[in-house]
Design a protein around this ligand. Structure first.
Ligand SMILES: Nc1ncnc2c1ncn2[C@@H]1O[C@H](COP(=O)(O)OP(=O)(O)OP(=O)(O)O)[C@@H](O)[C@H]1O
Ligand SMILES: [Mg+2]
Length: 357
């Protein structure tokens, strides 16, 4: 997948800007606060409906305005076989209005997964070193782009879970209702668990190999999946326990996913640079899996790529990337190796304006 151009209106510091991208490497250069992350955020928002910077999309509206508009032209390939898709989001009064090729999209789920992107930023460290929710979100993201039904099943699961938790909390329910909700959560949960098991196996089949290819070092990396005991949802003893504790105690929202190197849990022991590198490997595997399932490599949005890795690792990673469009940000052009610079499209941001038009 590639993005050919991006139009931003009232999106954070950008009043009105258009950016054009190459199908290979694109490097966005600018000082702190010039809008580099904002640009990646806008592309991510088009693809996923979410920001990777904030949970409150409202914050993306320029402080002097009351709406933002983003439009991107996406393509599976560049050149003669091109079949461009224009995707836009108008955000106003806390509502997103999405258009695909000028046609209004009724539900965001219609387009989620169609224009795959992967973002890497400092949160890669959290992916490895924080609690399991970060890794559950990551696996959810991978499956959203590799499995047609997964995202819908997760939405249904969470909507039943929320209802169940609300009833448990306020105590206003019948046992029949609770058992009905348990069964729904169990059924969707099983489907989700099966998919998670399978994709984590896919990761494990690749992780040591890719690590070795990039870093030329052996490792015993493994992702360990410990699903929460879903079956307990159908058990009357645990139901009594849940009624007493006033919340759902079992289900895929509590699954544990840990990354080990041999006996060592990286959550506890990885250095920041190591965590970042391993996080990066996970994203590269994600990219390969998306490419395999979707037939198109996702767009890689690499924020502040040069800040976290030593030069050797950076070069090895960039040399490894072959099939993806890459949009990379950096505060300085000096960090970019000559080989990459020669083939890259450079976009320079100055005070929120860009120099590529
Ligand atoms: N809603 C908004 N309205 C106007 N300006 C905003 C808004 N949100 C953020 N900004 C401004 O945008 C700038 C942040 O942009 P961004 O994070 O994209 O910079 P950056 O180039 O990635 O910087 P860094 O190198 O520090 O990562 C800040 O100057 C901030 O004040
Ligand atoms: Mg930034």
């Amino acid at each position: 997948m590639i993005i050919e151009s991006l139009l931003l209106q009232n999106f954070r510091r950008f009043k009105e800007e258009r950016f054009n991208f190459d199908s290979g490497f694109n490097i966005i250069i600018g000082k702190n606060g010039s809008g580099k992350t904002t640009l990646l955020e806008a592309i991510y928002l088009l693809s996923t409906g979410k920001s990777f910077v904030t949970n409150a999309v409202q914050n993306c509206v320029n402080v002097n305005d009351d709406y933002f508009f983003i439009e991107g032209i996406f393509n599976k390939v560049s050149g003669a076989d091109a079949n461009p898709n224009t995707l836009s989001i108008l955000f106003s009064r806390d509502k997103k209005i999405v258009h695909l090729n000028k046609r209004k999209v009724k539900a965001l789920s219609e387009i989620i997964g169609k224009f795959p992107v992967i973002v890497t930023d400092y949160a890669l460290v959290e992916l490895v070193k924080d609690g399991p929710s970060k890794r559950r979100d990551f696996i959810n993201h991978v499956l959203t782009f590799t499995d047609e039904d997964y995202y819908k099943n997760v939405l249904r699961y969470y909507s039943f879970l929320e209802r169940r938790n609300e009833y448990l909390k306020n105590g206003n329910f019948t046992m029949d209702l609770l058992i009905f909700l348990s069964q729904e959560i169990y059924d969707y949960g099983r489907k989700i668990r099966e998919k998670r098991e399978k994709i984590i196996n896919d990761f494990n089949e690749r992780i040591r190999n890719i690590f070795y290819t990039i870093f030329e070092k052996e490792s015993n990396l493994t992702i360990i999946y410990r699903p929460s005991k879903l079956e307990k949802l159908l058990d009357t003893d645990s139901l009594t326990d849940e009624v007493n504790k006033k919340r759902t105690l079992y289900g895929i929202h509590l699954d544990e996913i840990e990354i080990f190197d041999g006996e060592i849990n990286l959550r506890e022991f990885a250095s920041l640079g190591e965590a970042y590198s391993i996080g990066f490997i996970l994203k590269l595997i994600e990219s390969e899996l998306i490419e395999r399932y979707k037939g198109t490599a996702p767009i890689l949005l690499l924020d502040d790529f040069f800040s976290h890795l030593d030069e050797v690792k950076r070069d090895k990673i960039l040399n490894y990337i072959k099939n993806n469009q890459v949009i990379l940000t950096s505060v300085s052009i000096d960090d970019v190796s000559k080989k990459i610079l020669d083939s890259a499209n450079i976009i320079t941001l100055e005070n929120g304006s860009n120099g590529n038009n």
